[in-house]
Design a binder for this molecule. Structure first.
Ligand SMILES: [Zn+2]
Length: 257
């Protein structure tokens, strides 16, 4: 279940793996009294189950036969002493890590509510003629100085002035761009992200098209919250057993007729 993993779910697989190693450390860090009435093998099962909450794998690691591990795991979970030991240890682990359902929910909520515009913006900015005097080409002071130093006669046209600031909005009356300006992508200084945006930011990647900003999945975060609050009844619990092959075969026969 992804909600057991560490994060808000951008990479459930990696997150789950990190989560389990963290859980492993946390389990080791907690000093616990041995649960009452457990055999050493059952105790081992409890320890292993807390690592990844996978009863079958835990049974195998505790020394049960791989062939019968599934049923052994399910049976062990129903043993009263085992169940009690597991819930006690889980409470101890979450106390030690200061992680509980409310904490997990807060992480998801932060991802879901963050405004991506605070991280990456696509801006439309003025062109060189938008705000030049008489809509002539507009320089920055240093550009004009350089252009004059390099220019042979005639001198560069400075009639548009030197007030160019590319961050300004396009001028709707600009005869060159007609108010469209230029598009530019701006990434925020990630050291200075506000806390509510920081959870959304998942790092940078250098791909073949340049630097990519990675974000955690906001839709997944919303879905996780909704599921956590019981808003979806999407438990995929199939009552009885359905032979899918038979269903498909029957459907094909109906179509063929
Ligand atoms: Zn313009």
């Amino acid at each position: 279940m992804p909600s057991r993993s560490s994060g808000a779910g951008a990479k459930p697989r990696a997150g789950a793996r990190r989560g389990s190693s963290r859980a492993r450390r946390a389990v080791g860090a907690v000093t616990t009294t041995k649960a009452q009435g457990l055999t050493p093998k059952q105790q081992r099962f409890v320890d292993e189950y807390l690592v990844d909450l996978n009863a079958t794998q835990a049974a195998i690691r505790a020394g049960y036969s791989a062939k019968t591990a599934y049923s052994a795991g399910q049976r062990l979970l129903k043993v009263v002493e085992v169940a009690a030991a597991i819930s006690k240890r889980r409470a101890e682990v979450s106390d030690a890590a200061k992680v509980d359902a409310a904490w997990v929910l807060r992480q998801w909520a932060a991802v879901a509510a963050a405004d991506p515009n605070e991280l990456v913006q696509y801006r439309r900015e003025c062109c060189r003629h938008c705000w030049g005097i008489g809509n002539a080409y507009q320089w920055t002071p240093a550009e004009l100085k350089r252009a004059r130093a390099q220019a042979k006669a005639p001198a560069p046209d400075a009639s548009g002035g030197t007030g160019f600031d590319r961050r300004r909005e396009p001028n709707p009356a600009c005869p060159e761009c007609n108010g469209d300006g230029h598009g530019r992508m701006v990434v925020a200084d990630t050291r200075k992200l506000p806390p509510q945006v920081r959870r959304l930011y998942a790092g940078m990647r250098l791909g073949k098209d340049g630097l990519q900003v990675l974000m955690r999945d906001q839709d997944a975060a919303v879905a996780n919250i909704a599921r956590h609050l019981g808003m979806f009844q999407d438990r995929l619990k199939v009552e009885g057993s359905i032979d899918v092959a038979q269903v498909i075969l029957a459907a094909r026969r109906r179509v063929a007729r």
